[in-house]
Design a protein around this ligand. Structure first.
Ligand code: SF4
Ligand code: SF4
Length: 359
């Protein structure tokens, strides 16, 4: 490929990302020598050419208004030639090629009331899914939960409070898990606890019976020819909500029985230890909007015990691996229950995929 930024000659798929790179990134693409953290809000990447790229990171509430986007773009127009980016965890990053520009940008952002931080051994923005705002199968809210978590842990984002290593939080509002719950240090996933309710009249009018049956991963759905509808074998149902995506006459949301589970110890990075899947530690907490005090208390408890026990640079999952899960449950005083046990005998040992403990 030539050095010139390619323009994709097709109307299918997204445009080539390279045309959106800030000039300093495009010029040094793939030729970075090292990077270092200047503060919790700023880092610098140094290229083999000697060029420097300064990144200033701000928090975002993830679901953001048009006004907020306009404010961000005005800031980017003023300081960064119009370039900004969102990280996978929805932090906003402004990129400039000069330290003085970066300092002026940081000052402007702080003066405008942005919360800056999230770089290094901090809690960065919480990655999350759509929740009640948008998705049909949500068992909990995402934006509301994330708001209370960020309120609770803002000092860890800004760096006012330190941590042994970075801690990544995530929220997914059902077990489809569009968020990074499986690979975050502390995370919460929405769960349903009752099978879908069948509205025979609506199934008849709105749903295709064969595709509804085919949508169930456990084979719990069968035809009900008398009612021109379907039946659900309740003891085979795992409350995943898949059938509701296919047939809107099988609603699964339930204000009394829906809630969240807490999982811990996941990570994406392969620094020092392999990437890890999170494991279940709290099987169920009831939805308690608007402030979810039980969830914030559970996160606070786990974070405090981790902070007190972990060594420098030790991620939460690595700390638990060192002390053992028995000790984790003893220190956090979280009860170990039958829901933690994975007794699915057909799962191969090497899956490493279950959130539960192998029995
Ligand atoms: Fe929808 Fe589930 Fe994804 Fe949330 S996690 S956005 S409820 S599919
Ligand atoms: Fe099957 Fe999931 Fe629907 Fe239960 S909720 S019937 S497991 S598709």
């Amino acid at each position: 490929m030539s050095d010139a930024l390619p323009e994709r000659q097709t109307d299918i798929g997204p445009p080539d990302y390279k045309q959106f790179l800030p000039p300093v990134v495009a010029k040094n693409y793939g030729k970075w020598k090292y990077h270092e953290r200047i503060s919790n809000a700023m880092m610098v990447h140094v290229g083999e050419s000697g060029d420097k790229c300064y990144t200033v990171r701000a928090a975002s509430p993830r679901l953001i208004s048009t006004d907020f986007i306009r404010d961000l773009t005005k800031m980017a127009d003023k300081h960064c030639g119009g370039f900004l980016r969102f990280t996978t965890r929805n932090n906003v990053e402004f990129l400039v090629d000069d330290e003085n520009k970066a300092k002026a940008l940081e000052k402007d952002l702080r003066d405008a009331g942005y919360m800056l931080g999230g770089i290094g051994d901090t809690i960065s923005n919480v990655v999350h899914t759509q929740g009640w705002v948008h998705c049909h199968s949500a068992a909990t809210d995402a934006s509301g939960l994330v708001k209370v978590l960020m309120d609770e842990f803002a000092d860890y984002f800004t760096g006012k409070k330190g941590l042994p290593a970075r801690v990544r939080l995530a929220v997914a509002c059902c077990t489809n898990m569009c968020g990074a719950v499986h690979c975050s240090d502390i995370a919460v996933v929405g769960i349903h606890r009752k099978p879908p309710r069948i509205n025979d009249e609506e199934v008849k009018k709105a749903c295709e019976v064969p595709s509804t049956i085919a949508s169930c991963p456990t084979g719990a759905i069968s035809p009900n020819p008398a009612a021109k509808s379907v039946k659900i074998k309740e003891d085979k149902c795992m409350y995943c909500g898949n059938c509701y995506s296919v047939c809107p006459a099988l609603p699964i949301s339930d204000p009394e029985n829906d809630g969240v589970a807490v999982v811990v110890g996941g990570k994406i990075g392969s620094l020092r230890s392999n990437p890890k899947f999170s494991k279940l530690v709290i099987p169920f907490l009831k939805n308690n909007p608007p402030r979810w005090p039980e969830v914030t208390a559970a996160f606070r408890n786990i974070l405090t015990v981790y902070e007190q026990g972990a060594r420098k640079h030790e991620r939460l999952g690595e700390w638990v691996d060192r002390i053992g899960w028995e000790k984790f449950f003893a220190l956090t005083k979280i009860p170990f229950t039958h829901q933690h046990i994975d007794d699915f005998t057909i799962a191969r040992e090497t899956f490493r995929a279950s959130v539960a403990f192998k029995w």
